[in-house]
Design a protein around this ligand. Structure first.
Ligand code: UDP
Length: 329
């Protein structure tokens, strides 16, 4: 099958592109390079540079390339920025996704896989997070993901659109061969920040909050390897044939780790000290978020290859060691 990977030069998108190739399908990349990296794109993959909000640009790509499925990774992801500039987030994550869906409808492409987030469950009363829990985002970023999930549901019923929404927990790690990995500007994620602090590229890591109702007082998260996430996407290709199919999966390992545990693992894997200091809570952080991944495991035969945090950090370390300054371009 031919898959249009929207945001295919980004972190999760670029790992997915490789998994699509490995599974014998053909990726085509659409990226505007606002955050993506040219070096993350494998040689020989068709690349279109432009904006998903431009129907006149996207529709001919869908038609001329005879795309079977769209995978949509292109989104702004910074919760803090989404609070200070919600219009930017709604424009990028909601309005442009509507344009993409309109282009798909015009081109008669009827299947989409959407990158959602566990943040749509907000500060849930229940843990671990399973698919039946109510959606209750409390940030503008989370709400953009929730709104698109809801819209996809309406499109399935109205037009027969088939879709899968994946609610990622903390996407982490890198390609095991160290060729591609996480490179955000600015970096806000814990594992890369801890590695950079260990290497002396940052003075120190600030631990955001030590008074949470968790065993060591720091937040619990579910770190899931980016290749495990990618393989779940490919496992849905054959499940979207029936028009109007609606799939939702929570993608995490189910095993939480605290911020202090991550620091410990980074120290173990790198053999370096992670200089860190305790600071106040970060706005918008929930005490704990971890998945109940049984549905993806049962329905997609999803196998979590990187089931322990050490194996995830090892891949991240390999990437950072080989590319201390991230991608060159
Ligand atoms: N975190 C931290 N210091 C940092 C960055 C993150 O203590 O400099 C914590 C953050 O509060 C959260 C966890 O690490 O509990 C994971 O944060 P990240 O931003 O990587 O992912 P999120 O869970 O927000 O999607």
């Amino acid at each position: 099958m031919k898959i249009l990977v929207v945001g295919g030069a980004g972190y999760i998108g670029s790992h997915c592109v490789r998994q699509i190739q490995a599974s014998g399908h053909e990726p085509v990349i659409l990226d505007n390079f606002s955050f993506g990296h040219r070096d993350a794109i494998p040689e020989g993959v068709s690349l279109y540079e432009g904006d998903i909000g431009d129907i006149d640009f996207v529709q001919p790509i869908l038609e001329n390339e005879a795309i079977d499925i769209v995978m949509h990774f292109a989104a702004l992801i910074n919760v803090g920025e989404s609070t200070t500039d919600p219009l930017k987030y709604y424009d990028n994550n909601v309005a442009k996704t509507i344009r993409l869906l309109q282009a798909m409808r015009a081109a008669k492409v009827e299947k989409i896989i959407f990158s959602s987030s566990c943040t749509i469950f907000g500060d849930a009363a229940e843990m671990p997070l399973h698919e039946e829990l109510p959606l209750q985002s409390f940030s503008s970023y989370g709400q953009t993901k929730q709104d698109i999930e809801v819209l996809l549901g309406y499109c399935a019923k109205a037009y027969g659109l088939s879709y899968a929404c994946f609610r990622y927990f903390n996407a982490s790690g890198a390609a095991p061969d160290g060729s591609i990995g996480e490179d955000h500007e600015p970096e806000t994620h814990l594992i890369p920040l801890a590695i950079q602090a260990a290497r002396g590229q940052r003075k120190k890591l600030i631990v955001f909050g030590t008074d949470y109702p968790t065993p060591d007082g720091t937040c619990l998260r579910d770190y899931v390897h980016v290749n495990d996430i990618s393989r779940a996407h490919i496992a849905t290709f054959d499940k979207l044939d029936q028009p109007g199919t609606e799939l939702h999966y929570n993608l995490g390992t189910g095993t939480p780790a605290s911020v202090l545990e991550i620091i410990q693992v980074v120290q173990e894997v790198t053999g370096l000290e992670v200089p860190h200091e305790f600071g106040p809570r970060r706005d918008g952080d929930v005490p704990a978020a971890y998945a109940y991944p049984a549905k993806a495991i049962a329905e997609l035969s999803w196998k979590i290859e990187f089931s322990d945090i050490k194996s995830i950090v090892e891949t991240a370390w390999k990437w950072h060691k080989n590319h201390p300054n991230g991608f060159e371009k």
